[in-house]
Write a protein that binds this ligand. Structure first.
Ligand SMILES: [Zn+2]
Length: 262
C-alpha cells in the first residue's frame, strides 16, 4: 500500500488522493492536503452529475476529520465551482464530505451515531465542542440515508399522532410503521394539511391510505415518549428539520454505523 493510500485509510476517506500531510503548529493539528480521484472531479456538489468547471471558487477549503489518535485532523483541498445543468453554479462535490459540510463524512457519521447513543455533553466533549453544529450534521446524515432507503416500502399498518413540546407551542405530527416498529415520517404542524403531506409522500391516493390505517396506541405512545426526550436533547437546534432528522436517525433505522465498524 502506498503512503498516500495509508493516509487515506487512516483519515477514513475514499476515492481520495492524499498529496501530503503536515502539522499546523498554530492549531496543533494534522492537515492533509487532498484531491478527489480523477473520476470524482468536476461533479455537481448537490446531485453528483459530471459538470463543466466554472471557476476556482474561493480557494482552498479545510474540513475537520476524525482525530488521529489524540490529535485533531483536517483535510484541505481546492474548492472549484462547476456549472450543473440542473443546479447552476455550485461548489464541486468531493468524495470525503457531504455538500456544504464543514466536516468529513466519517466525522458526520460518527457524530450522528454518538448523538443517538449518548448525552449531549459526551458528544460535545469527544467530538471537541461540535454540539452547535450537530443539527446540521444530523440533517445531512438523515437526508442522505433517506435517499438510500425506502421507508414507505411495504407500509401497511401505521399509527399517527401529534406531539407537542413542553411549552405547548410547537407540534410535530408523527407516523409510526407497525411492521418494522419504526418512525416512518414526521413533520412540524398538527393539522390535516400537515398529514396530507405524508399521504402525498406515501402515494397511491388517500382512499387506499386510509384503508390501510391501523392504530396501536402502545407503540405510538412509546415512540412519542422517545421523541419528547429527543426534543429536549435537541434544544438549541434552530431548524425543526434537525429535530426531525434526529428522530428519524434515532427511531427510523437511518443511523449510519460508526466509521470502520460496518
Ligand atoms: Zn446538480
Amino acid at each position: 500500500m502506498r503512503t498516500g493510500s495509508r493516509w487515506a485509510r487512516l483519515l477514513g476517506v475514499e476515492e481520495t488522493i492524499v498529496d501530503g500531510v503536515a502539522v499546523d503548529e498554530e492549531e496543533e493539528a494534522i492537515v492533509a492536503s487532498v484531491k478527489p480521484h480523477q473520476r470524482q472531479r468536476n461533479r455537481c456538489g448537490r446531485c453528483g452529475e459530471r459538470s463543466g468547471r466554472y471557476d476556482a471558487g474561493e480557494g482552498r477549503r479545510r474540513r475537520r476529520a476524525l482525530d488521529l489518535g489524540t490529535i485533531p485532523a483536517s483535510l484541505e483541498a481546492e474548492a472549484p465551482r462547476v456549472n450543473c445543468g440542473e443546479h447552476g453554479v455550485v461548489v464541486a462535490g468531493v468524495p470525503w464530505a457531504r455538500h456544504d459540510a464543514r466536516f468529513t463524512k466519517s466525522f458526520d457519521d460518527q457524530t450522528a451515531w454518538l448523538t443517538t447513543h449518548s448525552a449531549k455533553s459526551t458528544v460535545s466533549s469527544l467530538m471537541r465542542g461540535v454540539w452547535r453544529r450537530v443539527g446540521g450534521i444530523i440533517s445531512r446524515v438523515a437526508a442522505e440515508a433517506e435517499t438510500l432507503m425506502d421507508r414507505f416500502a411495504g407500509l401497511r399498518e401505521i399509527g399517527i399522532d401529534e406531539i407537542r413540546d413542553r411549552k405547548g407551542q410547537n407540534y410535530l405530527t408523527v407516523v409510526v410503521g407497525h411492521k418494522r416498529r419504526r418512525l416512518v415520517w414526521a413533520a412540524p404542524g398538527r393539522d390535516t394539511k400537515t398529514l396530507s403531506k405524508f399521504f402525498e409522500r406515501l402515494g397511491g391516493g388517500g382512499a387506499r391510505a386510509s384503508n390501510a390505517l391501523g392504530l396501536s396506541n402502545a407503540l405510538v405512545e412509546s415512540t412519542n415518549t422517545t421523541i419528547r426526550l429527543l426534543m429536549r436533547q435537541a434544544f438549541g437546534f434552530r431548524d425543526p428539520a434537525a429535530l426531525i432528522g434526529l428522530a428519524l436517525v434515532s427511531l427510523g433505522g437511518l443511523c449510519p454505523p460508526p466509521p470502520g465498524r460496518p
